[in-house]
Design a protein around this ligand. Sequence first.
Ligand code: ARG
Length: 560
Amino acid sequence: MDYKSYIAEKLNIDGVSVEDIASFIEIPPNTEMGDYALPCFKLSKLLRKSPIAIAEGLAASFERDDMVSEVSAVNGYLNFKINRVGYADTLLNEIIGKGDKYGSDSIGSGKTVCIDYSSINIAKPFHIGHLSTTVIGSALCKIFRFLGYKVVGINHLGDYGTQFGKLIVAFKKWSSEAAVLEGRLKELSRIYVKYHEEAKLHPEMDDEARRYFKLIEDGDKESNELFELFKKITLEEVDKIYKLLNVSFDSYAGESFYNDKMDAVVDEIRAKGLMKMSDGASIVDLEEYGMPPCLILKSDGSTLYATRDIAAAVYRKNTYDFDKCLYVVAYQQNLHFKQFFKVLELMGKPWAKDMVHVAYGMVSLESGSMSTREGKVVLLEDVINKTIEKAFKVIEEKNPNLPDKENTARAVGTGAVIFGALCNNKIKDIVFSYDRVLSFEGETCPYVQYTVARANSVMAKCGKGGEYRNVNMSADEYEVISCLGKFGDIVKSAAEKYEPSFVTRYSLDLATAFNKFYMNCKIAVDDENVRNFRLKITKAVKITLTNALTLLGIETVEQM
Ligand code: ARG
């Protein structure tokens, strides 16, 4: 129910469009004042009257009805009270009727969004720096799907570059197939770190590494087998984490996938007269746009990260015909995206405007920034496992008889990690702290999950409920109703702003409103009308919170 438009239409003010009036209407911070308010100073210039006179005039002429039951003029504001019981009825029935579809929409139907996220690098440890892109991207996939879009989730693997030559050198010197199969990513990371220590003393190792990388490119059997081994180990390891985080992809086409697709793109850039030579390298000059040049080919003819991204964008457009292509990548790479988006535009691709860099903040450690080369990282797997362990301990302490403790601890532990990463505006930098992730106090996922479990236990205790008539709604009840009604808009603005944290914050607000209602309004009362109404609210809250958490990739638990 769109009350703003409904009110605007009824107001019917000469010379002001319904859309404008609707956009002026606000939701007052204190619902005691009214459910909606029109600040009349926004109209005073146009109508050449004081806000007070406008408000009074409109209050006198507005016809009250079944939808809007009260209108009053207060200090130049026109306050509206809607028929709350009628509204609650319609809304609760809608939520319960739609169930896990409540909040969804069809605005995206017929449209496709590509989302490039997680995009890990082969043979590198999966550390907490990858958490943001992974969970933000995954939540955006779920949010866009919920709105009816066709979504293509892409893991643009970092599986190309001299580092694989380095890894082969390191492997031959200090490891073996058996050791890699046993030690997995930790072993690969160990030899990679060692390589960088040793190469400082023996720079000639880098020549050898370049030679091996060339061998990979030239199709040498042994080098490619090793590379495939590194790739396989990496994907198996990260897959475990993806499973825990409820993350999945539609494509794993990474950098090397574009090996045979770059010539065409490079030719096109050249044919369009965009290519310039600079110190032997081929570049697209972007000075006119206030940017350093975009490197297309090194002086030895090899391609770069940007070349692969340009080829990938063209491939995605041809393959998926996207309406939007999102890149969930840290803001560190701002320039890279600006540059290659510009190159696409200069190449005359009209869809260059549909490319979006969804930038997010950096994660650093309390001891400074992370570094794979120095082995200074916190592994995501360790964080998740520790959090699950902690959840298990808390359950043992507080609710030792809970059935299926392991599963609950897993849902709560991983939920805490995901929620923690999606809690704040995505552009904010984060200093990683174990204490904070492990804390279950305050604005956290366990709090929201606990609220769902509480709603469940209320329903289990009070039975199914039934119809009700003539309820007098209290402020606490209305607070929950009003919050429930906002979910659809929240999901849409989360998609529009690429900001899953809107959903996270919303789940906290709804949980808080529900818990206040739960404290102040006894549900298991004798009066059947009141009990049934409150049970219905409880059921709707459970559905809506579950839907919100599901969009974030977080599971709910029946009991906690
Ligand atoms: N693998 C890259 C990195 O870790 C991120 C890739 C992002 N996606 C892209 N199409 N450039 O920095």
